[in-house]
Write a protein of this length. Structure first.
Length: 182
């Protein structure tokens, strides 16, 4: 059974982000992680039963950090277009600034161990923005929210590969989100 969070577990997770930045999720082996953390392999297994649970923990931590940035940006705001714009901008800015974005946004889509996690995070963010879309007049706000989550994730990837914000994509995404439904 894994131990609760402590400095060793945190060091292993930090090392995993470094390894994922260099080699992607496919190169994220237990040996690479413990080498980067400067720890014995046995220490890894005291905190995580296997590589899968470790990768899931990394993915969760990454998205919890993103969610914290978004929630801080929209704290106290009522649902509506301004909250939606600010939340999306906070997400995109955080993706550009956060280590591990490429591994956790692009590569997690093909990592079979993370498919359930990706789906759950997409649902979480869709639930967050559905009230904004309802205010904007979208009848099936939950369905539209899932599409917007996908659109914004694609924008984040385009920005990642450009290594800079893509104002034209952000403007197009905002225009689509705020378009009055027919």
């Amino acid at each position: 059974m894994p131990r609760p969070a402590e400095p060793g577990r945190t060091a292993l997770l930090d090392a995993g982000v470094e390894v994922a930045n260099r080699t992607g999720l496919r190169g994220l082996s237990v040996n690479a992680v413990v080498a980067a953390a400067g720890m014995a392999k046995g220490t890894f297994y005291h905190h995580f039963p296997d590589r899968r649970s470790y990768v899931v923990a990394l993915h969760r931590r990454y998205h919890e950090e993103l969610a914290a940035v978004i929630f801080a940006a929209i704290d106290g705001m009522t649902p509506g277009p301004e909250r939606l714009r600010i939340g999306v901008a906070a997400y995109l800015d955080a993706c550009l600034a956060t280590r591990g974005t490429k591994a956790f946004l692009a590569q997690s889509r093909t990592e079979t161990d993370l498919l359930d996690e990706v789906h759950a995070r997409n649902q979480q963010f869709a639930q967050l923005i559905a009230p904004d879309l309802t205010i904007l007049g979208w009848v099936d706000a939950p369905a539209v929210a899932l599409l917007i989550v996908a659109m914004v994730a694609e924008t984040a990837l385009a920005e990642l590969y450009s290594e800079a914000a893509r104002p034209e994509l952000r403007a197009a995404a905002t225009a689509l989100m705020e378009r009055t439904p027919a």
